[in-house]
Ligand binder design. Structure first.
Ligand code: SAM
Length: 293
């Protein structure tokens, strides 16, 4: 199917399958095509799926063709469209921010479930997201816990700029702090939290060799890779910070490297966290931890 001949939704799916077949499997290509069609035509996902024989809007062909050419370079669709969905909300993304992943939605879900059980007397729930990136975790938590006071920290000014825009887009109030969890210098040093949550960089050199180039060539390395090839460097710093800055019975939530679940649990044990729970994600991989102060 030549792009010039795309008239219907079905034609677009066919052209994208042909163009992207060497980069993605059929399921991934289908999902990408759906995202692009929805964004560029304004037609809903449900309608696209239900009426594949419908014509695409006359002015959409050129844009669909330009996006397909960019996709062929391996650039993630979210960076091409500049947007993605996370926990039912829209987030702006760009090469300064990691593209939020579905596994991280499971971490948010867990934190929201547990937050209901936390007894916070005579004050608002205080939450800190470490390594906020696009702000997806902090903003989703604030959206669902409107009374909470949510702060979010990142070392990257580019990521923080986007996270601030995302807070405006999603109409929530989050305090953003530029600092390094490896060497805190800001006023956050004097604060206490009921929940500390983080999806820090955890990709090792060995993991990198197995990763798809559309991740390693396009997503920010400072969001993905651990410095000095030490897979636990961020977990050590976060556990140390949380040990001092969580309220009594406060909760720590971490997304982790699936190959270092046991080691991360040991580290938290060593820091005297209790009720440490390791959970698998929807693909059955050790992916997240909850611990009590
Ligand atoms: C894996 S990304 C997670 C982004 C976002 N929370 C998410 O789940 O999509 C890790 C984030 O940690 C930030 N980061 C890297 N080094 C840091 C440091 N020393 N202190 C604070 N944040 C850091 C990166 O800029 C990046 O935004």
């Amino acid at each position: 199917m030549l792009l010039c001949c795309m008239k219907t939704i079905k034609d677009v799916f066919l052209a994208y399958q042909q163009g992207l077949g060497s980069l993605y499997d059929a399921r991934e290509t289908g999902a990408i095509t759906l995202m692009v069609l929805e964004e560029l035509t304004g037609v809903s996902r449900a309608k696209i799926k239900a009426f594949p024989e419908d014509d695409i809007p006359a002015n959409a062909g050129e844009k669909l063709s330009a996006v397909l050419n960019e996709l062929k370079t391996g650039k993630p669709v979210q960076y091409i469209l500049g947007t993605t969905e996370f926990y039912g909300l829209n987030f702006l993304v760009n090469p300064a921010t990691l593209i939020p992943r579905p596994e991280t939605e499971e971490l948010v879900e867990w934190a929201l479930e547990e937050s209901k059980k936390l007894e916070v007397k005579s004050k608002k729930l205080a939450v800190l997201d470490i390594g906020t990136g696009s702000g997806c975790i902090a903003i989703s938590l604030k959206k669902n816990l409107p009374d909470a006071v949510v702060s979010a920290l990142d070392i990257s000014p580019g990521a923080l700029k986007t996270a601030k825009q995302n807070a405006v887009v999603n109409e929530v109030d989050v305090s953003f702090i530029e600092d390094s969890i490896l060497d805190i210098k800001s006023e956050i040093e004097h604060s206490k939290f009921d929940i500390i949550i983080s999806n820090p960089p955890y990709v090792t050199l060995e993991d990198k060799l197995r990763m798809h180039t559309n991740v390693t060539d396009f997503e920010p390395h400072s969001a993905l890779f651990v410095p000095e090839h030490n897979p636990l460097v961020f977990y050590k710093a976060i556990a140390g910070f949380a040990a001092d800055h969580l309220e009594k019975n406060g909760l720590l939530f971490l997304e982790i490297n699936e190959n270092f679940g046991k080691e991360t649990v040991e580290l938290l044990n060593h820091k005297r966290f209790t009720n440490i729970e390791l959970r698998k994600d929807m693909s059955g991989r050790d992916r997240m931890i909850k611990a009590n102060r």
